[in-house]
Design a protein around this ligand. Structure first.
Ligand code: NDP
Length: 308
């Protein structure tokens, strides 16, 4: 019995150290160190090379090292009968809160414009908005969406959320699926925190942008697959949207020739909104390993049918 780690960048040592600290009884292995593939009963992975899971016939549990699980479903070798888990972590939530708050404040106080004007030695005061006069809509009002919404509310923004099921968060109106148009019509800043699924792929498109108020601002910290890139460029060129902050892209790293690099009013960050930290999440992974062995219900299970 062993816990197998598989990562695209093969940076295993922080995970091995953190897991052994959390529970020294667990044998932690990697594709390079495992002696017999039949030993692996649980795998914790991030963007594993395609086809990886087929090599380990005894996997009962496969967990994502992060909050997103789209990378698991993209691999056809993912067995149908395994239990899937993901990470729910306070640090992941607080990092996301701080990042999105920074982008919202940057937007209403025009800091990107001043950074550009500084390059031109230009002193040019412009009007700004106050948080209390701006409504931020959280598209995907789940674990991270609610954390971000609560932070924006505390700063002073009006906040609304949209999700499949209704949520009860103090001071924040929760809209559900068939109320999308009303939700969008009020969202002057739209923050995408949806999981990437068959239903949400390409949701940030021309039709959706047209339902936002004139001059709305887009923040996508979810997945590149949510966005139709050309529709965003068009919405910015027509000035229906005033700008966008993008942390995630269809192809990462964002290719050098991608038009986003040259599009004014887009802030590009390299998928750093909130990064899973081995020391912080290893406790829940070790706990799940023990639960699996004892035949108990696991923490943070993913509903495979829903895709998140
Ligand atoms: P959750 O599963 O907790 O929340 C997802 C929310 O989206 C839920 O409220 C869910 O509704 C809602 N939702 C899902 N599908 C639909 C739909 N078709 N229509 C309406 N609402 C829908 O996920 P997290 O908050 O933990 O994470 C969200 C995403 O953030 C991750 O999947 C990942 O892609 C991204 N992420 C990005 C990071 C970065 O660094 N850029 C870091 C971490 C995560 P309901 O609650 O009713 O089911």
């Amino acid at each position: 019995m062993a816990l197998l780690l598989i990562r695209n960048n093969k940076e295993y040592q922080p995970w091995i150290d953190a897991l052994q600290k959390a529970d020294p009884t667990i044998e932690v292995v990697t594709p390079e160190t495992i002696k017999d593939p039949e030993d692996a009963t649980m795998a914790i992975t991030w963007k594993a090379p395609k086809g990886s899971y087929a090599k380990y016939p005894n996997l009962k549990v496969i967990g994502s090292m992060g909050a997103g699980v789209d990378h698991l479903f993209e691999d056809e070798s993912l067995p149908e009968d395994v239990i899937l888990t993901r990470v729910v972590d306070e640090k992941l939530a607080s990092d996301m809160q701080e990042f999105v708050a920074a982008l919202c404040l940057n937007h209403i106080r025009n800091l990107k414009t001043y950074a550009r004007l500084q390059q031109e030695n230009t002193w040019k005061p412009t009007d700004y908005k106050r948080a209390k006069d701006v409504t931020a809509g959280i598209l995907g009002f789940g674990t991270l969406g609610q954390a971000v919404g609560t932070m924006l509310k505390a700063i002073g923004f009006n906040v609304i959320g949209w999700s499949s099921s209704e949520k009860n968060v103090e001071g924040i109106k929760s809209y559900t699926e068939d109320e999308l148009n009303t939700f969008l019509s009020k969202s002057e800043i739209l923050v995408c925190l949806l999981p990437l699924t068959e239903n949400t792929k390409g949701i940030l498109n021309e039709e959706l942008f047209n339902k936002l108020p004139q001059g709305a601002y887009l923040i996508n910290v979810a997945r590149g697959g949510h966005l139709v890139d050309d529709d965003l460029i068009e919405a910015l060129n027509s000035e229906h949207l005033s700008g966008a902050a993008l942390d995630v892209f269809h192809t990462e790293p964002l290719p050098e020739e991608h038009p986003f690099w040259q599009t004014e009013n887009i802030i590009i960050t390299p998928h750093i909104a909130s990064m899973s930290n081995a020391a912080s999440v290893s406790g829940q992974v070790a706990e799940n390993y023990q639960r699996m062995q004892n035949g108990e219900q696991l923490l943070n299970q993913v509903q495979a049918k829903k895709g998140y």
